[in-house]
Design a protein around this ligand. Structure first.
Ligand SMILES: Cc1cc2nc3c(=O)[nH]c(=O)nc-3n(C[C@H](O)[C@H](O)[C@H](O)COP(=O)(O)O)c2cc1C
Length: 244
């Protein structure tokens, strides 16, 4: 239920967005939380944050019937894990292999999907992970949504706090310094990009599932640089997240 400016109640159709992720030391979890926060900005979005736990992997096989049931009834599934040895993490791969049942039944066909990864190096071969996640989604018959922000730190005035500072569109990339804990995960720009990506996925899910009108925002490179610069300035209020 939402309210218009006059205070009248309106029924808003709902969608279920589930962010499913694995994190060894907590950096990727921070990214997942920001993505979920962005999705929650969208009226009618029911957002779940699910962690794939190593203790649910036994003899190389992951199993959690409750998580699989939640994914079965989700309209969008966002997949994320750290980049380890240039690949998805072993625990997350065990989860992916447990999706063999929805593969054989096409139960997840035409759900929307997106993906994200965290690593220590600027590149670190993160693209390989996003490709693995996108291929996984394709095998499940899902429709993939990429990042909608222009590139950030690609010019002389850029900083690591810019939106989409690693210039990744297949999915969200973030980088954490190897000597810092999860409280320093990513950069300010990475976390805002995660929120905007989560919001974008939830809005496109509302459009896909319930035909809720959504005019995709478009920015020029010049406008994107100005937006990043404005987000850099110290401010008391959290930055505006609309216009994903
Ligand atoms: C076994 C191992 C392999 C790693 N492989 C990579 C890699 O291929 N590329 C990279 O940039 N960072 C690599 N890293 C660094 C992690 O991606 C980085 O610490 C990340 O923030 C971990 O996320 P988490 O805290 O969510 O587990 C590796 C770390 C470990 C422990």
């Amino acid at each position: 239920m939402t309210f218009d400016e006059a205070g009248h109640e309106h029924d808003v159709p709902t969608v279920t967005v589930t962010v499913v992720h694995h994190s060894v030391h907590g950096h990727t979890r921070v990214l997942a939380e920001h993505l979920a926060d962005g999705a929650r900005l969208v009226p009618g979005a029911r957002v779940h944050l699910v962690e794939i736990r190593p203790e649910d992997v036994v003899a190389g096989r992951w199993h959690d019937a409750g998580v699989l049931a939640l994914l079965d009834r989700s309209d969008a599934i966002v997949l994320g894990c750290p980049t380890l040895m240039g690949s998805v993490s072993a625990v997350f791969k065990a989860f992916m292999e447990a999706a063999f049942t929805p593969f054989t039944t096409q139960a997840w066909k035409d759900k929307l999907a997106g993906g994200f990864t965290m690593s220590a190096s600027q590149s670190g071969d993160k693209l390989a992970v996003l490709e693995q996640l996108a291929v996984f989604a394709a095998q499940l018959g899902m429709q993939w949504i990429g990042v909608g922000d222009m590139p950030g730190n690609n010019w002389t005035g850029g900083t690591r706090d810019d939106l989409n500072r690693l210039g990744s569109w297949l999915g969200l990339m973030s980088q954490s310094h190897a000597d810092q804990g999860p409280e320093q995960a990513g950069s300010r720009g990475d976390l805002i990009t995660a929120q905007r990506y989560g919001e974008r996925i939830a809005r496109l899910t509302q459009r896909w599932v319930n035909a809720v009108p959504y005019e995709t925002p478009r920015t020029t490179e010049h406008e994107a640089r100005a937006l990043s610069a404005s987000l850099r300035e110290p401010q008391d209020a959290p930055p505006a997240l609309t216009g994903a």
